[in-house]
Design a protein around this ligand. Structure first.
Ligand code: SF4
Length: 416
């Protein structure tokens, strides 16, 4: 039996896709093994979000080839889409599959193993996927691609135009996830809220259909653009659904000048109004607060100290999220921002990242402390370390408690 190892870089969408490849290879008789346990084939699902990601992908491919010079290396994902020829030249690489060839990966590799001519035909613009590596939570891909072309981002080039499969197909996958005993689904996409572009359906109708899937008790939306999280959707979520008070929303900058130059589709006033609206609808006296995880880029070209200060103050005084995901700006070839002359020095970027990370720690601590003594429901996960079991509340507070049998995979009420 041939052994295959999977290496995934980047976002949850990649994890969902790798997990799907893994299920399909197992169905075809291959045995999955960890990367350092004698694999005959390596499948590397790559990322290209920053320069660092590209470098990491190249290094991993070279390392795998040194480790097992006879193994086949199959490369797919965003970096594979943007730098196909560059990757093909790396020693040990057998196949490189771009964005529209993902549905051909398994058949092509199996034909190769069986000494057959490649029989997979036809590119498909959407590769349906969900993760099944965790026993309690699954990342379900509901949308792919993006039409926004923000000034700093290569994702629309790497993943193509915004598209999706019909609601009925996604619901069918949710039932499969439910049948595996998984209780929580995280909806994942590149621009998740843009769902419906290729089928004419609406995001809110997807949520309503998923809410009816038996066995799934909780849903989270992994990341959604603020302009696409409509009041209608918020009202419906707040009306008592399986969707949790947890939102991951990209802000990227708290300066209107920088937002305009980034090509984002909102300003700080609209962003703040959206956060306030969600809080008003979902936070009742004595209820858990909404967890907001906010993405911010530090050091976008032209971001002066003053403009950065606007971002810092906006987050500290106006938004006060539970967490800030901070990214230093990365200059990506082919984007509008990369051509700008007013790039910010790396040392300044690092300093701004550190300031925002410290702010995030402080806000996170305040968020946690404000819940002391409150009742919450935790879905305990299967990982038990040092006699402890951990899980997350509805609003994404990580909880640890001494492990007891019967807690795994169950939603349990606790006092925080
Ligand atoms: S919305 Fe902007 S940042 Fe997000 S994937 Fe699309 S282009 Fe990139």
């Amino acid at each position: 039996m041939k052994k295959i190892a999977f290496i995934t870089l980047g976002c949850k969408l990649n994890y969902a896709e790798t997990s799907t490849y893994e299920r399909e290879f197992i169905r075809n008789g291959l045995q999955p093994v960890p990367w350092n346990r004698g694999a005959d084939i390596f499948l590397v699902n790559t990322c290209t979000v920053t320069e660092h990601s590209d470098k990491k992908c190249r290094n991993i491919i070279r390392k795998l080839h040194r480790l097992r010079p006879d193994a086949e290396i199959v490369v797919t994902g965003c970096y594979a889409q943007l730098r196909k020829e560059e990757i093909r030249k790396i020693e040990g690489v057998t196949y490189v599959f771009g964005a529209e060839e993902k549905s051909m990966v398994v058949q092509t590799v199996m034909d190769h193993i069986n000494g057959l001519e490649p029989s997979a035909t036809g590119c498909s613009s959407f590769f349906p996927a969900y993760s099944s590596g965790e026993r309690t939570r699954s990342f379900l891909k509901v949308q792919d691609g993006c039409d926004y072309f923000c000034a700093y981002c290569t994702v629309p080039y790497a993943r193509g135009a915004s598209r999706n499969i019909p609601i009925a197909d996604i619901v069918r996958q949710a039932w499969e996830i439910s049948a595996a005993g998984i209780k929580e689904i995280v909806l994942t996409g590149v621009n998740t809220g843009d769902f419906g572009k290729s089928t004419g359906e609406r995001f809110i109708d997807l949520l309503k259909a998923l809410d009816k899937v038996g066995g799934i008790e909780r849903y989270r939306i992994s990341s959604i653009e603020p302009n696409l999280l409509t009041e209608e959707t918020v009202d419906w979520i707040a009306s008592g659904t399986k969707f949790l008070p947890h939102f991951h929303i990209p802000l990227q900058s708290g300066s209107d000048t920088v937002l305009r130059e980034m090509g984002r589709r909102y300003d700080t006033a609209a962003f703040e109004a959206k956060i306030r609206y969600i809080r008003e609808k979902m936070e009742k006296p004595g209820s858990l607060k909404v967890f907001f995880g906010i993405d911010v880029i530090a050091g976008f070209p032209g971001e002066t100290d003053g403009l950065f200060r606007e971002t810092y103050d906006f987050l500290k005084d106006r938004i006060r999220p539970a967490f800030i995901h901070v990214f230093p700006y990365s200059r990506r070839a082919g984007t509008r921002a990369a051509a700008r002359k007013d790039q910010v020095k790396d040392a300044v970027k690092t300093e701004r990242v550190q300031m925002l990370e410290k702010l995030s720690d402080m806000l996170h601590e305040d968020f946690i402390k404000s819940h002391k003594g409150m009742k919450a429901h935790v879905l305990f996960e299967s990982t038990v370390k040092d006699g402890m079991i951990s899980g997350y509340t509805e609003n994404y507070i990580r909880v640890e408690r001494p492990a007891e049998s019967g807690l795994e995979g169950k939603i349990t009420e606790i006092e925080l």
